[in-house]
Design a protein around this ligand. Sequence first.
Ligand code: ADP
Ligand code: ZN
Ligand code: ZN
Length: 803
Amino acid sequence: MKVAKVVVDVPAAQTNKIYDYTIPMHLHDAIEIGMRVIVPFGNRKIMGYVLELTDTSAVERIKDIDSAMDMTPILTVELLELGKWLAEHTMSFYISAFQAMLPQALKANYVKYLHRLSEDQLDERLEALFAGRDYLDYKEAVERDVPLHRLKLAIQAGDVEISYQVNSKETIKKIAMIKLAADEEVIDAYLVDLGKRAKKKREIINYFQANNAPIPLKDLLNQLHTTRQTVKALENDGLLVTFKEEVYRNPYQHRKIIEATAPLPLRPQQSEALGAIVNQLHQKQAGVFLLHGVTGSGKTEVYLQAIGHALELNKEAIVLVPEIALTPQMVERFKGRFGSEVAVLHSALSKGERFDEWRKIQRKEVRVVVGARSAIFAPFDNIGIIIIDEEHESSYKQEDHPRYHVKDVAIKRAENHQCPIILGSATPTMESYARAKKGLYHLLEMPDRMSKNAMPTVHLADMREELHAGNRTMFSRQLQEAISDRLEQNQQIVLFLNRRGYSTFVSCRDCGHVVQCPNCDISLTYHRKHETLKCHYCNYQERMPQQCPKCTSDTIRYFGTGTQKVEEALYQTFPEARVIRMDVDTTRKKGAHERLLAQFGNKQADILLGTQMIAKGLDFPDVTLVGVLAADSLLNLPDFRAAEKTFQLLTQVSGRAGRHLLAGEVVVQTYTPDHYSIQYAAEYNYHGFFEQEMALRRAFQYPPYFYMTLITVLHPNPLKAEEVTRMICKLLQKHLSQDARILGPSPSPIERIKNRYRYQCIIKYKHEPKQHTVLTKVLNYYEDMMRKDDLLIQIDLQPYQLM
Ligand code: ADP
Ligand code: ZN
Ligand code: ZN
């Protein structure tokens, strides 16, 4: 007996196990570990992944595998193991973990259809529906409003069944090619017989006589201005033959040819860093390097040369770049060095394009992959180096099932392949830098910029003073002057507004005071409905004050400005300025992002106004002024990482100015110019910031001193959501150690999403080996309710978003 152990495509707690299926005789040779198969499940057929093959099974009424979906495995043994680990590590379903590792195009598509089983006369509406057919798409029954109870009766009587058909969504692009099908003699004879009028036919044959190679049919038609009919006639006469050839969709083909680059002679700080990495590479050992280098210190060149060494050893490389930094400029740097060895995995590609890039990796046609988060699952089998650029970026954490952080997966894969990882950043996370200082990671510092230009000077514009001086606009006088000056000199300006411009913290316009939770060192969140301020960590609340608690001014209110409003204000203040606005609204269309940047690069605009998406990777020589409109909007998010994120963002944004010959300047507008994150960012003092932030993290028991787990409970009824959360808190209190701190139940900062109310519980702990088991018990306990009662419990073992 041949048995396959299969994970099935039903993401639910009760089906989150490994099922046995027998492999029927005719599939014995076809089925391998890591393939997708179609298996019977209940009364339908679904997709599954083969994890193992054995020859025994303890299952009594074991079923046969229906068919194989793949010709070759799509997951390697390493990736199958990784998927299992990922599911367990993040408390997700096996199926979700495997799906996360593969391109969208490989997910199964289920078509529900009706199957007529008997010839007996059916209800007349059903007879009309089937109209002599045995099978039909279920959608048809819905569209034609067939009464469901009649269908149900027919199903109960065994006359009709509902079936499912599994389709794979992947599509391989093929084009029609055409070539000669006859030899010279035949052709010559044919030409002799061909009448004088057949000029077009003659031209086509002459073309092939001159170039005897297959050509895409479309190109032939275009080049010779001929028609499909003429070609068809030649085919019928046996002179030509058409065939299909598989091609890759090439998302980069319309772009200019990328110039090849050679490794640059390194500066001392670079060769020191590279030396340590290459050494590790040769020792074939896993190990994490933290490359702390200011913007423009030459980190990318170090990555490129490290990859070069890995390729020399015949190994492969994975480079992860945050989605928004994966710009054409970035891709070109890798393609310029490694040419066609590079595949790019980017969510801006279409499903088909991404599938094609993935296939290049799977078929070993490339050895370097550059991509966003999910590229960590590239199906390489001999990885030499993994690079995570901008390692502090929160987009490296997946916020959906499975809730994984790419760093953890990278470390796991590096262990599997015994290879080094480089985490690169100008502003490493507290977690990473603390580990590097403890010696758990190798710390590599690159403090100097490549260009002779110093980092641009940062000016803090105190918006409280602006108000006192009677300036009620969005732009400080300092920023206004600087903008006018650049416009006059025909230089460019980048203006930055935080994406969460509509954030709901409350601050005093007079003294800058922000109302905070007395227990949590987190800003309170304004709730308009009850005119209250709440802490979503500990549930503390108070009434919205009428006056500033610090200076008694009555200009205390909640914050909020959007990019559109700023754009309008810009046109009012600087009517002559040409502005490009980049935010989610203007970049929704495919390619819009790139087009807007190209316009700015060609100097078709003076000002680039945007959100987070313009903070990274952009490199325009004529940008000499960067303005940050509201530094506080990020600082006061209800998140213990708010100061860290502000520091990172300000550093990042400042790096956009004066990267080339012209010196740069930065204006940061803020109501709290004295805040340490703003002060240290203005001085480019990472170490100073690190020390102060770590002291606070320790005092308030946040990561990296403590671990955190976030449990969110969702239910249409707020009372129910709260009750369940309360129960969970109690259970945790009882089963975890005395040292664990359990906060909650409290409403989530976003209290309701899609008509489900959200409550949360936060666990802070240092060492809780039992946590996993306890949480699994909690999930099992509520399993029934989750299935029947619209209850949802989400567990995030390393939350980055506390909303
Ligand atoms: P980072 O990735 O740290 O921001 P980059 O690698 O982009 O820095 O380097 C900044 C600039 O310096 C780039 O234009 C790059 O081509 C250039 N550069 C990097 N290394 C060298 C070098 N060794 N010699 C000359 N120029 C270099
Ligand atoms: Zn005040
Ligand atoms: Zn609190």
